[in-house]
Design a protein around this ligand. Structure first.
Ligand code: ZN
Length: 429
């Protein structure tokens, strides 16, 4: 009887976890010009459909549409003469497949190893324990720092990696972060891989000796935890109290920084790009602000790692280029080429460019703020969505087969960026 009850509860857990996506479908939408791009943006704000990736001519975008919006969405696309196809009719099946593949990979992994494996996606608690363990094992180079607490009280922890305990101010700093957007799970292995290479394997000793590193693997702990327990495609943090009954929650942290705040983002709580009550209203963005307030003048390279789309983007989000745009573009291209050289052939080459020119206007973004806070070079990485022909996982969903490769190939780009940024860094400035 008891085992039956446990079995029923487990089934309920699995069912409840993906309940929100029952009947949702993913559409691939093609565009030919700016008017059509703007039209999709308008639908995003009016229908609250979830744009997974923005369309551009020659590169269709993906949109998640809930069951009760599908008719309206299709009619709106037809009205405007836009071409579309349904690429996933049963999102819940995909989510269950991801659960199954990741659980199987996790069961196979070596639990006795002191390393965090690259065959599955680790939870906030697992990452947290790992950071602490690194701090204990490598006290001469690793310091665990709490930058603040999330709204739900989770510590926002980052590693300081330095052979001189951050005391040598003539050294440049490379700062990187992942999971500012909760659902972008494939970004976590990118920062964890960098940590492993710098601290455990020490394969490039110049990068550890000549550069100080700040690595923040889980920039949005509450949102990330929510994607594991309640809503896999959750993007924002878990701020509540904006509306009576908490009908909608969450601030898009990548629209909440104090750089052109609210000029190209949403004021609607229910939107996925809701910018919050004011710049730095959220503890998660405040934490990043505080890190940059201390180290900004030494930051030679700032990387905010997102997914998906295979892009290296730089500011500003309003299309105005920074004074060092030429060098920024050059280093971006060099990083992209380093990744393209080792990427899997079925994934496309990286695109490099200004975010507003390549994608769309966006205000309040982390990498834009990185620049005004002092970073010499600042980028948003959009890692690839690995599309495995053997199953239907793509977009934000992670095929375990791709996890280590995502870490490895991104590190190839980071190494190039870090060395270039260090060569341009002038400590007297
Ligand atoms: Zn993102």
């Amino acid at each position: 009887m008891r085992s039956l009850l446990v079995f029923c509860l487990c089934l309920y857990g699995v069912w409840a976890k993906h309940e929100a996506y029952d009947g949702s479908a993913i559409y691939e939408v093609s565009v030919n010009n700016v008017d059509e791009i703007k039209y999709i943006n308008k639908l995003e704000n009016e229908l609250f459909v979830d744009v997974f990736s923005h369309a551009m001519p020659g590169r269709p975008g993906q949109v998640l549409v809930p069951k009760d919006k599908r008719d309206e969405f299709e009619a709106a696309l037809k009205d405007f003469g836009l071409l579309y196809k349904v690429v996933q009719d049963d999102v819940r099946k995909q989510l269950e497949l991801e659960d199954k593949l990741l659980a199987a990979a996790s069961a196979r992994s070596n639990k006795n190893s002191s390393r965090l494996s690259f065959d599955t996606i680790h939870t906030y608690d697992e990452v947290d324990a790992y950071l602490e363990e690194l701090g204990r094992t490598y006290p001469d180079v690793v310091t665990v720092v709490v930058a603040g607490n999330s709204i739900e009280g989770r510590p926002i922890k980052y590693l300081r990696i330095s052979t001189t305990n951050f005391q040598d101010t003539s050294k440049p700093v490379v700062m990187m972060q992942s999971l500012l957007h909760a659902r972008e799970w494939i970004t976590l292995p990118a920062t964890l891989y960098a940590i492993q290479k710098l601290v455990v394997d020490v394969t490039e000793s110049d990068l550890v000796n000549n550069i100080d590193w700040i690595i923040l693997p889980v920039a949005n702990p509450d949102g990330y935890s929510w994607t594991h327990t309640n809503a896999r495609f959750w993007r924002k943090n878990r701020a509540t109290g904006f509306m009576v009954g908490d009908f909608c929650a969450g601030v898009d942290l990548n629209r909440n920084f104090d750089i052109h705040w609210s000029t190209a983002s949403s004021g609607s709580v229910c939107s996925d790009t809701f910018h919050g009550r004011g710049p730095f209203s959220e503890p998660e963005t405040k934490a990043i602000h505080d890190i940059l307030a201390i180290h900004g003048s030494r930051v030679a390279l700032f990387l905010d790692i997102h997914s998906f789309g295979s892009m290296i983007l730089f500011g500003y989000g309003n299309g105005v280029l920074p004074p060092n745009a030429l060098i920024t573009n050059l280093v971006g291209v060099n990083m992209a080429q380093a990744i393209d050289k080792v990427k899997w052939p079925q994934n496309r080459n990286y695109i490099v460019g200004n975010i507003a020119h390549v994608l769309y206007d966006a205000s309040g973004g982390a990498s834009d703020y990185g620049m005004v806070a002092g970073a010499l070079l600042s980028y948003t990485y959009e890692l690839p969505a690995f599309n495995n022909n053997h199953n239907t996982l793509n977009g934000f969903l992670v095929d375990p087969a791709f996890i280590e490769q995502a870490g490895f190939e991104t590190w190839e780009g980071i190494k190039v960026g870090a060395r270039a940024a260090a060569s341009y860094f002038n400590p007297s400035k």
